[in-house]
Design a protein. Sequence first.
Length: 290
Amino acid sequence: MQSKKVKIGNKAIGSECPCYVIAEIGINHNGSLDIAKKLIDEAVNAGCDAVKFQKRTVEVVYTAEELAKPRENPFGTTNGDLKRGLEFGENEYRQIDSYCKEKGIAWFVSCWDEQAIDFISQFDLPCYKIASASITDDNLLRHHRKQGKPIILSTGMSDMKIIAQAVDVLGLDDLIIMHCTSTYPSKSEELNLKGIHTLIDKYNLPIGYSGHEVGLYTTYAAAVLGASVLERHITLDRAMWGSDQAASVEPQGFRKLISDIRAWELAKGDGDIKIYDSEIPIINKLRRVK
């Protein structure tokens, strides 16, 4: 069954469209705009369609107790120092917006609270991404919908009942659902890639896959299984400091992943069994004439 199509910027997303590939920069920039720009460059070089960041209002998302916990990090000695150090502000996002436009790649954000949505809305991005951690936050989902933009919904840490509740809140218009397992890195036996088919059968929507596993083959398999969107974290080096680096893909891996996906899209055809013109000389050479 052909799914509904959703447009992200000037690109259509659906079961019969080229797979839309997102490089999740997230917090892998480690608070450095220079690293963020290098990651954008690598995403462009790999052929990604978009890059994605994360935005939090630290004092809203985390309790004062959580922020005060001791935690040695490059920005200080508490968890609050770390969380604040990883957040980009208006100046950084204006430069990111300009840089992505210069490089010709879309960008958008996972907003973890309403204030973050209001802040990001000034950039008029093509869509919003809702993180798996936020899928049960009905008020946040409704605030996303008020922006009037397509929504990509991740479903890690969820069962079908939780997903159904989120879909009920968001509605089906301009919605993409991402199958996901929220462990970093994820075990192969917990990826449950057949869940892509479950969501395809349940909803007449584009269904994607957000992966946090080590390696590429299961992400490639997700595309073969019908994922219309693929998202993986991107890093310059998996050995870099940071909580998400180990579950991320280095630039050469992203290039290989996208190259293999595009080769698969070319090879899968339309299912109509026929004789190709290129086969006729082989027929004449190898088949016995009766």
